[in-house]
Ligand binder design. Sequence first.
Ligand SMILES: [Zn+2]
Length: 315
Amino acid sequence: MNRNYADILALAGRDPDWFDEYAVPRFEAFAPDRIANIYASECALVLIACQSCKAEFKVAFSEVNATSAVSRFDGRRSAQRRASIAEMITRGRLHYGDPPNTNCCAAGASMNSVPLRVLEYWQTLRHDLSRVGQHLSPEDIADLSPRWERDAELEIEIIRPERRVAGAHQYVIQPVNVKERDFHLIANGPRPVAPFSHAVETDGWVILTGQMPTDPNAPDAPLPDGVEAQTRRVMDNLEIVLKGVGLDLSHVVQCRAYLTAFERDYAAFNDTYQTYFPADRRPARTTVGVTALAVGALVEIDCVARRPRGDGGAA
Ligand SMILES: [Zn+2]
């Protein structure tokens, strides 16, 4: 249970910009030298949500509220040490606890919270104490104050937006490290016809599984008739998967198409396919004739998309 700081809130007369490590409401832009702990060497501003009503808050972490321990196995001996905030982010262990006691539900301040996204991550070298005791000019003293550096690599989605679905009883904790692979299965996406993810993402590249001309809303219905209708359905399915990871066809850099009746269908396939891309922004493409496709389809298309730089996750 956090204090509600109604006195501060009444004075301010507006919603706080963020809450510090003790859930005290703050009414200025977040900056690493504005957090409660003046001795911090690491801090983060994190978007969290009340686990009950899903109200969202921006909250700060520093050494004072990021206290998770990790085990270290060293030969036969194991030891506990405190995890850094960076470690807690990459391991999905960041935990604020009770949400701030304002603008939430009745349960709110005694409810748990879940982390959604790291908005800012900062670290600094510790104060240089080697010159303590020397006579220091004001310039020297300014020089000794901590220099904060921001690290965008750690500003990542902890729970992706598509997993924050309304009606879910609880958020699904899905730690995401931007340096690792991310396996996407899109809710309401085309039903997979084999063991695969809809898309796999690594280092900004999103590789989509080949889509079939099946209807996601009626996966057992007969396939559309003819290569034009099937091509449209396949392209629409690619768009559904792209949308599920916050992208669209404009992010596609390459397509590969497979046709079971290449000689007969190639021209008609091209006519339909080309309507999905502006003439001056067509992805690189390979098209091959194949002997057969899953579910008896006439056409299958896969693609590779590139996430725009600075876009850490699905929007
Ligand atoms: Zn709440």
